[in-house]
Design a protein around this ligand. Structure first.
Ligand SMILES: [Ca+2]
Ligand SMILES: [Ca+2]
Ligand SMILES: [Ca+2]
Length: 461
């Protein structure tokens, strides 16, 4: 058996395998071989996955004053837990991925030789076990985004019930804060399970989630925040039971819909704060793409941060990472002067004047590590946060009011990991591109709306 190139991140596993992951793969083979054997050896979740269940939050964002579920809907199907997707023989891996409905990048331009996990967003069963505890086979992915971070030790599959458009109710197979594992994140839980198919919602054969809800179990899911949702409030935990989302579309709806109607990933929040790297850390087993904070990439020039929260992974094609240099490819910021004049901020590195005060976008962060240059193999965390890092005066920065993803013309849309790559398999339907998005920016310069919860007093993995 070959034990290489399990990736992780939305199931994209960029890292070489540890003995633990090889062990998990062996368990998968046993599971396929016979349920009795699987039951005997798979009672315990992987040790790595348990690192994500420790209750540590450091300056984690509250995205609204009140706790709620901001989004919860199908991301993509079939590509989570694909046996052989990480095979070192890339022809074997590509065939396995395409057979499962995934895509495989061609003509990659990389300084290093691309591995299977550079070519595809499909994950291996062993890679799933690394972050989620147990392997799964050919599952769908469904991110659930809350307005407050979760209390990690309360997260389990039995906290969720998914109602499908055909009336079926299903429980996920997996649930974890992965890949939103940094201590200043953790408001998104990703679920794996069997949540539908790839027919568009206009097709009578279509099955997709129409309700995603938090239900009671032995240890009901709790969120952590502060009274009133303000920095000064007392730290509280609240039950998430009863919170729900009601999707009406499938990510497999027509990708050629008008840009405003596309059913790909969206934004659910954007917040401006003073730059801080507090909480920019993760448990030991999850540090491969760290540090990825603004100061690590842009040094002392990093003075302000606009962090965005998305409903699912953001990639230019479903597979490749976003690069720190690509602000202008996807985004623009809108500032309003005191007299109401609109200023579009479109170019990184350019100095803009707002009411005579300077502002500059340095670039993007919360992707991967700083490199001297970036290519098709750039490894990033593939979670659902991206930071825009700025320098300039507070007077100018505080006038930034909107973040826009035009998603057409000279602007690229985003795809979740179910996207088509650059060489989709003919006849296979992939998840849709993002719509045009206009997101109001929360001004957190005075009140950053963040919460720290650290009962054990340390941040080590
Ligand atoms: Ca991150
Ligand atoms: Ca980060
Ligand atoms: Ca990120």
């Amino acid at each position: 058996m070959t034990c290489v190139n399990f990736s992780y991140g939305w199931g994209m596993l960029k890292k070489s395998v540890t003995p633990i992951v090889c062990g998990a793969l062996v368990l998968v083979v046993l599971a396929i071989g016979g349920e009795a054997a699987a039951g005997a050896v798979m009672e315990q979740p992987t040790a790595t996955s348990q690192q994500l269940r420790r209750d540590v939050l450091i300056d984690a964002d509250m995205w609204r004053r009140r706790p709620s579920m901001l989004s919860g809907g199908l991301g993509f199907t079939g590509i989570i837990g694909v046996p052989n997707a990480g095979d070192s023989d890339l022809a074997v891996a590509e065939q396995a991925v395409r057979d499962a409905g995934g895509t495989w990048l061609e003509d990659m331009k990389c300084a290093a030789t691309p591995t299977a996990s550079d070519h595809t967003s499909a994950s291996t069963p062993g890679g799933v076990a690394y972050g989620y505890g147990f392997p799964v086979l050919n599952n769908a992915g469904l991110p659930v985004v809350f307005s407050w971070p979760v209390l990690p030790s309360t997260v389990s599959p039995s906290d969720f019930r998914i109602t499908l458009s055909n009336g079926d109710e299903v429980m996920p197979n997996s649930a974890a804060v992965f890949p939103n594992y940094e201590y200043d994140e953790r408001s998104t839980v990703v679920l794996f399970g069997l949540f539908g198919n790839r027919y568009p919602s206009s097709d009578p054969r279509s099955v997709f989630p129409v309700k995603v809800e938090v239900v009671p179990d032995d240890v009901p899911l709790r969120l952590v925040g502060k009274e009133g949702g303000t920095q000064r409030g007392k730290v509280v935990t609240v039950s998430a039971v009863g919170m729900a989302s009601h999707p009406t579309t499938s990510p497999y709806d027509d990708p050629d819909l008008p840009v405003s109607e596309r059913t790909g990933p969206r934004l659910v929040g954007a917040k401006l704060t003073r730059f801080s790297r507090r909480g920019e850390a993760a448990p030991r087993a999850f540090q491969n793409d760290l540090p990825n904070d603004g100061r690590s990439l842009y040094g002392g020039h990093a003075k302000f941060r606009i962090r965005m929260l998305t409903t699912g992974g953001f990639s230019p094609d479903g597979v490749r990472g976003v690069r720190p240099t690509e602000f202008g490819r996807y985004f623009k910021l809108i500032a309003k002067t005191r007299k109401g004049k609109r200023v579009e901020i479109t170019k990184p590195g350019r100095r803009y004047l707002i009411d005579g005060a300077p502002l500059k976008v340095l670039g993007l962060a919360d992707l991967g590590r700083r490199q001297s240059s970036y290519d098709d193999c750039y490894s990033e965390d593939h979670d659902n946060q991206i930071d825009i890092i700025l320098s300039g005066s507070r007077r100018a920065i505080s006038r930034v009011k909107q973040l826009i993803i035009p998603a057409q013309g000279r602007y690229s849309p985003f795809f979740n990991p179910g996207g088509p790559g650059n060489a989709p398999t003919p006849g296979v339907r992939y998840s849709a591109p993002s719509p045009r998005i206009v997101q109001n920016v929360i001004n957190g310069l005075d009140d950053p709306m963040s919460v720290t919860y650290r009962p054990w007093g340390d941040t080590r993995g």
